[in-house]
Design a binder for this molecule. Structure first.
Ligand code: NAD
Ligand code: UD1
Length: 337
């Protein structure tokens, strides 16, 4: 069975491609490198012990997208491709709406024409907005506060409508919590362009000496130590979650929705301490104002995925930090040698 992996040279995609190959799937990776680098393909090939079938394609470009479906054959699509920076989405909403929505529409139209029925979508815990309580189950009300989140929610709605009209589709909406960590080899990992927005890559760059100190965005939240609490999940666990979701789709399950998280929340200060332990250095930090739009806490009830997919996250925070640190320390400049 062959899987088209869009955005397969990105952070989560690259780890998932390796998990798919390990599980015996064939893959075809499509990416336009808008947020990734060609070097990752060499590293993936080295880890897989084989070439990674790859097509450079912008999925928003009809010609590129049509060519994928007419020139190659595959049985399922995992759709990671998309723009993902919240702040940038506020500044450039049209770019986010066009890239995320048009790429998905192009893919779905081609799937319909070519009789490809199994689709896995990278959604996000951001679709729960500011949840009334934690842990969050899949039936919590949905709301969003920024254009990035809105593209995720709009695509979820599009997929629910598509499924109503065409129940022959099998669709998994996977709502990721906060992916961190890296491949055990230290050869692939998260390589953000510019100054990182997310906590883990920021902490890792402070640890390696590229940034001076971590700004802790507020310590007056209603949480045990006052700093924000999140459900950090190892990218390797997340990758396995996609393999499990694909297997579920193969049973003809229709449209399914799962939280992919660990079910445990950690505060910013706990993360900084765990990372300090992993790298054996103090991580300098300073408490600053809250970041606008941030919520106090967000963590999953991940029991539905456990029950229905037989999938459960197995790595804890210490191992996530150790693996992030291995990647960052071996590759201080990411994929740029
Ligand atoms: P990433 O930016 O590392 O990977 C996305 C990939 O998609 C990149 O390689 C980029 O070049 C590619 N891409 C973007 N637009 C494209 C287009 N039009 N045509 C072809 N390729 C295109 O991001 P990631 O962290 O691996 O996230 C993967 C998916 O998961 C995204 O959809 C993201 O929104 C979603 N997600 C990520 C997180 C997270 O914290 N990383 C959390 C929740 C959901
Ligand atoms: C981010 C995204 C969200 C996405 C989620 C999962 C933003 C605003 N939101 O949310 O859409 O679904 O990732 O990938 O980017 N923090 C600091 N200092 C920093 C960076 C972060 O204290 O330099 C804190 C934040 O306030 C938060 C926690 O660390 O409490 C995690 O932040 P981050 O990694 O950006 O993830 P989210 O805020 O969960």
């Amino acid at each position: 069975m062959t899987v088209l992996v869009t955005g397969g040279t990105g952070y989560i995609g690259s780890h998932t491609v390796l998990a798919l190959l390990d599980a015996g799937y064939e893959v075809l990776v499509a990416d336009n490198f808008v947020n990734s680098k060609p070097e990752v393909l060499h590293r993936m090939a080295e880890l897989a012990g084989r070439e990674i079938p790859f097509v450079r394609a912008d999925l928003c470009n009809n010609k590129d997208c049509d060519a994928l479906f007419s020139e190659y054959s595959f049985d399922a699509v995992i759709h990671f491709a998309g723009l993902k920076a919240v702040g940038e989405s506020v500044a450039k909403p049209l770019e986010y709406y066009s890239n995320n929505l048009i790429s998905t529409l192009n893919l779905l139209k081609n799937m319909q024409t070519h009789g490809v029925r199994d689709f896995v979508f990278s959604s996000s815990a951001t679709v729960y907005g500011d949840p009334a309580s934690v842990p969050i189950t899949e039936d919590f009300p949905l709301s969003v506060t920024n254009p990035y989140g809105r593209t995720k929610l709009m695509i979820e709605e599009m997929l629910r409508d598509l499924y109503k009209a065409h129940p022959e589709f099998n669709i998994a909406l996977l709502r990721y919590f906060n992916p961190i960590g890296a491949h055990k080899s230290g050869r692939i990992g998260e390589d953000p362009f510019g100054i990182p927005n997310n906590l883990l890559p920021y902490v890792a760059q402070v640890a390696v000496g590229k940034l001076r100190e971590v700004s802790v965005f507020g310590n007056d939240y209603n949480t045990p130590d006052g700093t924000g609490v999140r459900d950090y999940i190892h990218v390797l666990d997340l990758a396995e979650g996609h393999v499990a979701a694909l297997k579920k789709l193969e049973t003809g399950c229709g449209l399914v929705t799962y939280n992919l998280g660990t079910g445990k929340g950690y505060s910013v200060l706990e993360v900084i301490r765990a990372f300090s332990k992993a790298c054996g250095k103090e991580i300098p930090y300073r408490i600053t104002d809250r970041r606008p739009g941030d919520i106090a806490q967000c963590y999953a009830d991940a029991s539905k995925a456990q029950k229905e997919l037989g999938w459960q996250a197995k790595y804890g925070l210490d191992e996530m930090c150790a693996d992030s640190w291995r990647w960052q320390s071996l590759n201080p400049n990411g994929y740029d040698e």
